[in-house]
Design a protein around this ligand. Structure first.
Ligand SMILES: NC(=O)c1ccc[n+]([C@@H]2O[C@H](COP(=O)([O-])OP(=O)(O)OC[C@H]3O[C@@H](n4cnc5c(N)ncnc54)[C@H](O)[C@@H]3O)[C@@H](O)[C@H]2O)c1
Ligand SMILES: [Zn+2]
Length: 385
């Protein structure tokens, strides 16, 4: 694909963070222009391409080729795929590779992969020689619409997800939606949960767009896919620009995640994948909001219908209240023992409210009554090969 006309097809979103500001570029075929892009970003010398084995099979050779053609020395750092790689041990592996290849302060890291690779690479870039530049090249839908934007980086601890990390903004985010064609279907659909979330928290007309275009989105038509990636990035960039370090407003991005994270942890890292848990979390947080009088019933039915049309799970697995409530306490939105939850007021607007245990238990009883008959268990993910 010729780079010549790509600017016409490219969307650029600016994320304003003062000295840490950067642009998010979205364009089909962008992967073929990474050399030009890095030169434009004034990246010099060596480029460490951090990726996982799945991505390496598809993209490492062509990416290395375009970077070398632009004069860069390329050092590939290939990690095993999956959440289990998001550890301090992998950070050690990246550090070893950078030291061995004599990376300097001016060298660059490039994250070529999903959220796992992006989070690891951003954190490695924050600490190697007290900080070197990095560029995000997200390849999963979750990474393109969520994890690559906003500067949260880090790894998991055996006792909890994302416990170790740093805020570290990339020099740019370069998104080629064409990479989504090789993403496994389950991962693609899970990413749609985060896309739908943006409609609920911020933009009713985007939610309507998703309702009307879910069929061509599911078949990966170029224009609707590029549009949903762009609109999601715009909303995330806007929220992050208003509250980079999650003091307040950024917490609206956690809609669906209080119950979602609880379901993930009850599945012990092997149950639903993140987006699936967030889909169920959004339906039930909306239903809880309806029960508590924050929104109309129509919000829940519309949300459930769109998530189901996208192929996402919408029914709460059979979990005792005590286990669910305890798992909700582990969530990072708990402050001084109170669980805070993002609840919709209508499609396009949410607020953050404290949840008390007894009203939540009363609501849960009604859920259990309605759900008897569909005694669904938390699905087991296939263990990694
Ligand atoms: N930093 C943040 O703000 C933030 C936000 C949301 C999620 N996250 C983190 O992101 C991670 C989840 O991200 P994810 O869903 O991308 O998971 P992931 O990185 O594990 O990718 C999912 C799977 O898809 C594969 N894959 C990715 N892109 C592909 C492509 N184009 N073609 C073929 N295979 C591809 C990967 O190899 C992996 O097996 C979690 O660790 C989560 O904590 C971070
Ligand atoms: Zn999420």
């Amino acid at each position: 694909m010729a780079p010549a006309n790509s600017d016409r097809l490219r969307e650029i979103i600016h994320l304003e963070l003062g000295a840490r500001s950067y642009d998010i570029h979205i364009g089909c075929g962008l992967l073929k222009e990474l050399g030009v892009e890095l030169t434009r970003l004034r990246c010099a010398g060596k480029v460490g391409v951090v990726t996982d084995r799945n991505l390496a099979a598809h993209y490492l050779k062509p990416v290395a080729r375009v970077l070398k053609a632009a004069g860069y020395t390329v050092v590939p750092i290939v990690l095993p795929p999956g959440e289990r790689t998001k550890t301090l041990r992998s950070i050690g592996t990246v550090m070893d590779a950078l030291v061995d290849a004599r990376f300097e302060r001016s060298s660059t890291l490039l994250a070529l992969g999903g959220g796992v690779i992006g989070d690891i690479t951003g954190f490695a870039a924050a600490i190697y020689q007290r900080g070197i530049p990095f560029v995000q090249v997200p390849t999963s839908l979750v990474a393109q619409v969520d994890s690559s934007v906003g500067g949260k980086t880090g790894v998991d601890h055996p006792k909890g997800k994302n416990l170790i990390g740093a805020f570290n903004q990339p020099r740019a985010v370069l998104i080629d939606p064409a990479t989504l064609r090789t993403l496994p279907e389950r991962e693609w659909i899970a990413g749609l949960a985060e896309v739908i979330k943006y409609g609920v928290i911020e933009d009713e007309s985007f939610f309507e767009y998703l309702e009307q275009h879910i069929a061509p989105i599911l078949t990966l038509s170029d224009a609707p896919v590029a549009h949903i990636v762009k609109r999601s990035c715009e909303i995330k960039a806007q929220v992050v620009a208003e509250d980079e370090r999650e003091a307040d407003r950024r917490r609206i991005l956690n809609f669906g995640h209080t119950i979602g994270h609880a379901l993930e942890s009850l599945g012990g890292y092997r149950g639903m994948i993140h987006g699936e848990a967030v889909a169920v979390g959004m339906v039930y947080e909306a239903d809880l909001a309806r029960h508590l009088g924050y929104c109309e019933h129509g919000v829940v039915t519309r949300l459930r219908a769109l998530l189901a049309a996208a192929g996402l799970p919408v029914t709460l697995p059979n979990v005792p209240f005590r286990a669910l409530w305890e798992a909700m306490q582990q969530d990072k939105k708990v402050s001084a023992g109170t669980v805070y939850c993002v609840v919709p007021e209508r499609i396009g607007s949410v607020r953050i409210v404290p949840l008390a245990k007894e009203p939540t238990r009363a609501w849960y009883e009604t859920v259990r009554t309605r759900n008897t008959g569909s005694r669904q268990r938390i699905p087991r993910k296939k263990p990694p090969r």
